[in-house]
Design a protein around this ligand. Structure first.
Ligand code: G3P
Ligand code: CA
Length: 252
């Protein structure tokens, strides 16, 4: 069972920060999931929401700005924001990290990377930039062809393009397709299909496996949801609490 720390160990530390990634290993994760977005000046950074409002102090630092969307800020402006204090005073000073900083921490920690591309309107330019960053880095290029780096997206058109841009790259389609025909189509360019945990069932896992697709369920945070995914036969569990997957497995 592959344990994936969702946005890092985001039950224990502020999501998508370096602190959450560092905590993922000690909480028992094999991989960490991160969300990639693009700044106004084309930098790839890690943040879940389109807006900076929920997970940073943008409302105080840039109180006069008309937009608090990541895509309207430069990387230098993002660097002025605190991305940790909202979660707990001990995390004050955490920044919105770049993709490169996250990949470096994951590499140092010996963790795999599940990289989610948060694209706006099928942004091929952003997808190409991400493909370029992966291709340029030998460690992650090799990891991408071995499944220790997986690229996932809800945008299956962009995902298909990425699979072509980086030959051999393991990709995962987020969401659920219906019927075996849909799974067969996904299997032409993806190695995994990753549905919401409530959409997983044992027959669905079997059908995916029959098409050569692995399946990670998300985001299972309590023992009941984790137990159900294990029983249904998924290959990986995406969770804010990697430690709970281990305690559930031990209790089984
Ligand atoms: O890894 C799956 C999950 O991250 C997809 O949903 O909204 O948390 O990015 P979301
Ligand atoms: Ca995500």
């Amino acid at each position: 069972m592959i344990v994936v720390a969702h946005r890092g160990a985001s039950g224990h530390a502020p999501e998508n920060t370096l602190a959450a990634l560092r905590m993922a290993r000690e909480r028992g994760a094999d991989m960490a999931e991160i969300d990639v977005r693009q700044t106004a000046d084309g930098a790839l950074v890690v943040l879940h929401d389109a807006s900076l409002r929920r997970t940073t102090d943008v409302a105080e630092v840039f109180a006069q700005r008309r937009s608090w969307n990541v895509r309207d800020f430069t990387l230098a402006e993002l660097r002025r924001l605190d991305a940790g204090a909202w979660f707990g005073a001990e995390f004050a000073g955490e920044r919105v990290p770049t993709l490169q900083e996250c990949l470096q921490v994951l590499r140092d920690e010996g963790l795999g990377a599940l990289v989610e591309l948060k694209v706006q309107r099928r942004d091929r330019a952003m997808a190409r930039r991400l493909a370029e960053e992966i291709r340029a880095d030998r460690h992650w290029r090799e990891a991408g062809s071995e499944g220790r780096l997986i690229l996932q997206s809800f945008d299956w058109v962009t995902l298909r393009g990425m699979a072509g841009d980086v030959p051999g790259l393991h990709t995962a389609a987020l969401g659920k397709t219906y019927g075996r025909y849909g799974l067969r189509r996904i299997a032409q360019y993806a190695r995994l299909i990753n549905p919401h945990h409530l959409r997983v069932s044992a027959p669905y896992v079997r059908h995916a496996h029959a098409q050569g697709l692995s399946m990670f369920g998300w985001t299972a945070n309590n023992h009941q949801a984790i137990r159900r995914l294990i029983r249904d036969g998924v290959d990986g569990i995406i969770t804010d609490y990697p430690d709970r997957v281990h305690s559930t497995l031990l209790a089984a």
